[in-house]
Design a protein around this ligand. Structure first.
Ligand SMILES: NC(=O)c1ccc[n+]([C@@H]2O[C@H](COP(=O)([O-])OP(=O)(O)OC[C@H]3O[C@@H](n4cnc5c(N)ncnc54)[C@H](O)[C@@H]3O)[C@@H](O)[C@H]2O)c1
Length: 443
């Protein structure tokens, strides 16, 4: 009896895969153990010990997972819309003209998401945002961006892109023509502190959204933010879309690369039209406080020293800084040229577009040059510490070849770093209410 029971739970039933001698062996051992009382006691203690170890092991897993989940945003289990919510969603999604797009923008309270949402609304498209307002950087800045959008009647749903139930309700309610997917865990260094948040937002979140899109009828076309970081340790410059992207230098880059492969799969199986955009160090007003140009500005104004990294052989780091307005134009052009998804009812009905574009500025600037421009517009000298670049995910340089985006999207970046940083500094001072004191300093 014991042998049969054991077999039926632990061995595959497929003929040819089970070694019958094994079950006979266990049967013999079992009957020997059951033959004496002391053996029975021993066997009970062993089972108890194994059970305790198993429970402790599961608890440690659970605690680990719990800690992991609370460090990323917990996902609500159920979603029940009310009338007010539904009305706000419908109003936000209403395009001014019948041919206008209806776009769901993920990460709408983020830097790029805010600018893209405003640009879409300005030209008369319907826009609905979703953002979980996580605290990776100042939530107050995300709230201020939200206020900006609300003034233009853009509603941001405060939720996680992993909330399947919410997405189901949304896609049943609204026929989105496009998904502009910008929500992500950004930043390369934070991955060493909280790797789970990258998996949660950049991989699981993307798959959850793609599942909702593939089930929608009609399916929307998708434009999403990949990153120049996929070029990783590639040393051939400028970076072209056909260059190798299999040497990521950070977990962030690896999740963006994974996203590109996942996009391929959903395009291939379900006929989703998908465009990936590899942004190159986007900067500008309402930008991200974790990025160097932003944190340098903050520290220079406070009189705090800034750390300037250098690569091997004291080489200055350089970035192809791209102004937000240029990136927004690239996003809009991608939405307008996306081409339709072909699937319905979760089934592909024909080939759909799968595209990838660099959106950069094509003229890298070194970090010391960036600092000089900031000093000029802040009218404050920076206290600089030059240190060796730590091995935590950064790459020595980025440089985009944008000829593909130019040919297919009409993409043509026009803002150089000097002009762009001047606008950023103007915004920074006004946002932080610093203008009057600086004016008096100058006079
Ligand atoms: N800014 C750049 O230089 C740059 C460069 C390359 C790629 N990108 C990519 O562009 C996109 C936009 O970047 P950004 O600079 O605006 O970043 P951001 O951090 O300002 O915006 C991302 C937004 O997504 C939200 N978010 C994150 N995870 C979420 C989740 N699970 N559910 C709901 N919302 C979530 C955040 O709260 C945030 O508001 C990102 O995908 C980023 O990886 C940005």
């Amino acid at each position: 009896m014991f042998t049969t029971h054991f077999d039926s739970y632990n061995f595959p039933s497929t003929p040819g895969k089970v070694k019958m001698e094994r079950s006979n062996y266990f049967g013999r051992v079992a009957s020997r153990w059951h033959s004496t009382a002391s053996a029975r006691l021993l066997s009970c203690s062993a089972i108890l010990l194994a059970l305790t170890l198993f429970v402790l092991f599961r608890m440690s897993l659970y605690n680990g997972a719990d800690q992991y989940l609370t460090r990323v945003t917990p996902i609500p289990q159920a979603f029940k819309p009310d009338h007010v919510w539904e009305t706000r969603v419908r109003q936000s999604c209403l395009p001014k003209k019948s041919e206008g797009l209806i776009v769901l923008v993920t990460g709408a309270a983020g830097f790029v998401g805010t600018h893209v949402s405003l640009a879409l609304k300005k030209r008369g498209d319907g826009v609905l945002g979703i953002d979980n307002f996580n605290s990776y950087y100042e939530v107050s800045l995300k709230r201020a961006r939200q206020e900006l959008l609300e003034k233009q009647e853009i509603f941001i749903i405060e939720d996680d892109i992993n909330n399947k139930e919410l997405l189901k309700v949304l896609f049943d309610l609204i026929q989105f023509t496009h998904l502009m997917h910008l929500a992500a865990q950004a930043g390369v260094r934070y991955a060493m502190q909280n790797p789970g948040s990258y998996v949660h937002s950049n991989i699981a979140g993307f798959v959850t959204l793609l599942e909702a899109c593939k089930d929608a009828n009609p399916q929307p076309a998708i434009v999403w933010a990949s990153s120049s970081s996929v070029y990783g340790l590639n040393s051939k410059v400028p970076f072209s879309e056909s260059d190798r992207t299999d040497q990521p230098a950070s977990l962030y880059a690896a999740t963006k690369k994974a996203g590109e492969e996942i996009a391929h799969t959903y395009n291939h199986i379900y006929g989703l039209s998908i465009t990936g955009l590899r942004f190159f160090t986007v900067y500008g007003p309402w930008g991200r406080p974790d990025m160097a140009y932003f944190s340098f500005t903050r520290d220079i104004l406070k009189g705090k020293p800034i750390s300037i990294f250098q690569g091997a052989n004291k080489q200055d780091l350089a970035r192809d800084f791209t102004y937000i307005d240029d990136v927004v134009k690239g996003c809009m052009a991608s939405l307008d040229t996306a081409g339709k998804s072909t699937g319905s009812g979760g089934k592909k009905k024909g080939p759909a577009p799968l595209r990838i574009f660099n959106l950069g500025n094509t003229s890298p600037v070194t970090v010391p040059n960036l600092v000089s421009i900031l000093e000029k517009y802040l009218k404050v000298k920076a206290k600089k510490n030059t240190i060796k670049m730590p091995r935590n995910g950064d790459v020595p340089f980025t440089h985009a070849n944008v000829s593909l985006a130019h040919a297919q999207l009409g993409y043509n970046p026009t803002t150089n770093l000097d002009v762009g940083l001047k606008r950023f500094v103007k915004w920074y001072l006004s946002y932080h209410g610093l203008e009057p004191s600086l004016k008096s300093q100058r006079s």
